[in-house]
Structure formats: structure tokens, C-alpha cells
Write a protein that binds this ligand. Structure first.
Ligand code: AMP
Length: 355
């Protein structure tokens, strides 16, 4: 158990880290952040922040020397940067990053545990792309194997006639068949160092333009029926990685059961509702897990919950929500520029308390 006043290092500087740092402060810990210079909205809620590049080994070592444990809020932290931090201080183990940073690796990994991804093929050239489209067919999506998020690094191919308009982008990719899904959901779990696993309820997730728009509970019959099988895959993934902390797996609910989309070795946007809606939030339980404190209950506290993301210039009017609805929980991340397509905040609304 990390004693009171210990220091937690967080790699990455975004909103996930900001909410994680706030949960850590509540538990009496200090947080230090590390991310390349930029609009690092976590720095406002940290005791100290290293704005240094991922290649700056001296800065990484100085950062690590100040921390009792180091975790992350961003899954694309380069492995070379993580290697500059003593492994004994890292939590979760970096093998989770290694797996999740590459779409091909994560699909193969989860497939090996019995999970079912969409049909896919690796694409390293125009020729591979043509072959993948021929074998898998269209519609489909070409995705960069690394560094994609929120629908970035993705090209949709509606039919084989559109194929000419899409070229191999010059970096390793995966071509996936388009899944005819009934709904989307994620499984968010927390695993403690002693192997205990707890799950939050799975929300129905609606995406717009590849980015999460809303997460709602109850998630509906289709999702609820598929959650047990999806949880089993998620549990096995966590166990196979000997994972400690919060882990997320995204799924499509289809007529043939849950289809694995991708995993995130971290807290997740579709779990932001847990701040007000669950007995213990995903952020607090991640901190509890990496500090080897007892996990908190993940139980949902309300009959209905809706999380909605506030994206781009919409954030400029967001305070109006407070006048319209005294029960709305508004979270703004403090990002300086309300650029189109940028996650700026979210609002959570809860219904009647559960009996
Ligand atoms: P991703 O970045 O892979 O999570 O993709 C973002 C969103 O795009 C997903 O949540 C889906 O809404 C959609 N999407 C991605 N891959 C597929 C697929 N193979 N079939 C259908 N929809 C997809």
C-alpha cells in the first residue's frame, strides 16, 4: 500500500490524466505529470509537470526519481520512453502498452484468448490492400496499425468501386471488414495486484465520425445479453497481461455475439459517467489499484445515466447547460482551443437513485 503523501507519476497530459490526478489528490497522493510540450490540461491539477519530449532520457529519469509509482493516461507513450523508467515502478506492466499500441498485435492477442475480431488482414503495400479488399470484400475500413484514435488514421471503403480512391498510406495498416453491428459497448474493468477483478456496467456507446458521442445506461437487451461473454474475454485479457489498473475493451454487439474492436490499457471515455454514476469511479479505482489500496465498489448508483461529450466550439456555450439543468454534472477539460472535432468536456446526467 503506497503511504499517504506518496507521489504518483502519470505519463501523458490530457483529460484522462487530469481526472485521474483529481482522484489521486482526493486520496492524499501527489501527482507529477510528464508529456511533451503542448496543451497539457493535466498540468493545472498536478504538483509538478515535466513538459519534455518522449526522447529526453535525462528528463524521464529525473521524473521517475520523484515518483513512487508511474502509470499512464495515454496508450501511445513510446516504449523507448517507458524503458527509461525503472520497471519496478511502472504500473500496469508495459507489456500492456506494447500489445495495445498495435492493432494487429491486439487483435491476435485477443483472438488467441478466444475473442472474435472483425475479419482483418495486415496491409503493408497497395498490393496487400487490393488483396485484402478482394478477400474480405467491401465495405471495410483501412486503419493505421499504430497511433490512431478517435477515428483518425482511418479510411472507409464503401464498395470495391471506391477502392481506387484509397491508397496505402505508407505505414503499416490493417484492413477490416465493416461489422454490421446492432450496438456498441465497452467492458471496463479494474484488476488489483492480488488478481481481484471488478467490472463497471457496460453502457451503450454511440459514435459520430469515429468518436464517442454518448454513453447510456441501461444499455438495452441486446448489449446486456452479450456482456457476460465480453467480460470473460476482458477478464482473460487482463489475466494474460497480469494487468493492474483499469483496462477497457470495446465491442460491437452483433447478431452473432460480441465482436472485439480494440482495447485501451487505461481509463476510457465511455467510463466518465462513473464519477457520479458509480460507487467508485474508474479514475479512483485505477489509482487504488496502482497504489495497492483495496478496490472500491463498481456498482451503478442510478436507474438511468447519460454521458455526452462536448466537442469543439460547442464548449464555448457549455456553461449554459448549468442554467438549463441544475442536476447536470458538467466537466470541462480546460483546453485552450475549442477546435472542431476536439473533445473539450462532457456532461453526465443521472436519473432516479437505485433502490
Ligand atoms: P476505432 O478507432 O477502431 O475504435 O473506431 C472508431 C469507431 O468507428 C468505432 O467505435 C465504430 O463506430 C467505427 N468502426 C471502426 N471499425 C469498424 C468496423 N470494422 N466495422 C464497423 N464500424 C467500425
Amino acid at each position: 500500500m503506497l503511504p499517504l503523501g506518496s507521489t504518483i507519476g502519470i505519463l501523458g497530459g490530457g483529460q484522462l490524466g487530469r481526472m485521474m490526478a483529481m482522484a489521486a489528490a482526493q486520496l492524499g497522493y501527489r501527482v507529477i505529470g510528464y508529456a511533451p510540450p503542448g496543451d497539457n490540461v493535466m498540468d493545472e491539477v498536478c504538483a509538478d509537470f515535466f513538459a519534455n519530449g518522449w526522447g529526453d532520457k535525462a528528463a524521464l529519469a529525473a521524473f521517475a526519481a520523484k515518483c513512487d509509482v508511474v502509470t499512464w493516461e495515454f496508450e501511445n507513450v513510446p516504449l523507448s520512453a517507458v524503458a527509461a523508467i525503472p520497471e519496478s515502478r511502472l504500473c500496469p506492466h508495459p507489456r500492456a502498452l506494447e500489445t495495445a499500441q498495435d492493432r494487429l498485435k491486439e487483435k491476435r492477442f485477443v483472438e488467441g484468448l478466444g475473442g472474435k475480431p472483425a475479419p482483418y488482414m495486415s496491409v503493408d503495400s497497395d498490393r496487400d490492400l487490393a488483396m485484402a479488399m478482394e478477400r474480405i470484400g467491401a465495405p471495410g475500413i483501412l486503419k493505421t496499425a499504430r497511433d490512431g484514435y478517435d477515428g483518425k488514421g482511418q479510411w472507409r471503403i464503401g464498395s470495391l468501386r471506391d477502392a481506387d480512391s484509397v491508397r496505402f498510406p505508407g505505414k503499416p495498416c490493417v484492413y477490416e471488414g465493416m461489422v454490421d453491428f446492432l450496438a456498441e459497448f465497452s467492458v471496463i474493468l479494474v484488476r488489483a495486484a492480488d488478481g481481484e477483478v471488478r467490472f463497471w456496467d457496460s453502457t451503450a456507446n454511440v459514435h459520430r465520425g469515429g468518436m464517442l458521442a454518448t454513453s447510456t445506461l441501461p444499455a438495452g437487451d441486446v448489449i446486456e445479453a452479450q456482456v457476460p461473454a465480453a467480460r470473460e474475454i476482458a477478464r482473460q485479457t487482463a489475466e494474460a497481461l497480469n494487468y493492474v489498473g483499469v483496462l477497457t475493451l470495446e465491442f460491437f454487439a452483433t447478431a452473432d455475439g460480441p465482436v472485439f474492436n480494440e482495447m485501451a490499457p487505461r481509463v476510457h471515455n465511455s467510463g466518465h459517467w462513473t464519477i457520479e454514476g458509480a460507487a467508485t469511479s474508474q479514475f479512483e479505482n485505477h489509482i487504488r489499484a496502482v497504489c495497492t489500496l483495496p478496490l472500491g465498489s463498481t456498482e451503478t448508483r442510478f436507474e438511468t445515466i447519460e454521458l455526452r461529450n462536448i466537442v469543439g466550439p460547442e464548449a464555448l456555450d457549455a456553461y449554459a447547460i448549468l442554467a438549463e439543468d441544475g442536476e447536470a454534472h458538467l466537466h470541462l477539460y480546460g483546453k485552450k482551443e475549442a477546435r472542431e472535432g476536439r473533445k473539450m468536456g462532457h456532461v453526465t446526467r443521472v436519473g432516479k437513485a437505485r433502490a
